[in-house]
Design a protein around this ligand. Structure first.
Ligand code: PRP
Length: 198
């Protein structure tokens, strides 16, 4: 009982090796991204589509930096395959609520890793005839790319480290950290596979 209670109140940031992008840097960069997006879409019928779940915090803060009318919608995907390696096969768990034909669509991602998720989603959405289709991602790990992706706006290009926080999880935890941190290797080396599964 006592062990359970102390585990429950354990501070998540004890598992963080170091902060990669702090709150102030996130705020500054989001203001820049928001300004660029506002300029690009002024007077257009803008629809932001966030890919659940990691991009929720990014979307919530980003749209407060986009002071023009727009709508938001969500998609959820799942990639098959164990551990950190993406299999390249993407399954749609939740689709959009409305058609996107003729609308200016901006896909909002928290991180691009192999690129398979966005390659699949871009193809799927392009086939629905939007007026335009662009991508904004908070983080990009270019070293991990397996499929080329045309990204309009990138928040930060980062090294191939296991990052958590600000929406990004390890085993569904740490999404609520207000910064992007690098997870201590001993945390994921204790997992069953011995490999991180972001
Ligand atoms: C992450 C991220 C992207 C995808 C990127 O999602 O949010 O959707 O992986 O990887 P890729 O470029 O190799 O396809 P994840 O599957 O971890 O789900 P989550 O957002 O719900 O945590």
């Amino acid at each position: 009982m006592q062990a359970e209670t102390s585990a429950a109140v354990r501070k998540l940031d004890q598992d963080v090796e170091r902060v990669l992008i702090d709150e102030a840097s996130l705020k500054r960069r989001l203001a820049e991204l928001g300004a660029a997006i506002t300029t690009a879409y002024a007077g257009k019928d803008l629809l932001l589509i966030a890919v659940l779940k990691g991009s929720v915090l990014f979307l919530a803060d980003l749209i407060r930096c986009i002071p023009i009318p727009h709508e938001i919608d969500f998609m959820a995907t799942s990639s098959y395959g164990a551990g950190v390696q993406s299999s390249g096969v993407v399954r749609i768990l939740k689709d959009l609520n409305k058609p996107i034909e003729g609308r200016h669509v901006l896909l909002v991602e928290d991180i691009i890793d192999s690129g398979h998720t966005l390659a699949y989603l871009s193809g799927l959405l392009a086939a629905r005839n939007p007026a335009s289709l662009q991508i904004v991602t908070l983080l990009d790990k270019p070293d991990r790319r397996e499929v080329a992706i045309d990204v309009a706006w990138t928040g930060f290009s980062i090294p191939n480290e296991f990052v958590i926080g600000y929406g990004l999880d390890y085993d569904e935890c740490y999404r609520n950290l207000p910064y992007i941190g690098i997870l201590k290797p001993e945390v994921y080396s204790l997992s069953e596979t011995g490999e991180p599964a972001e």
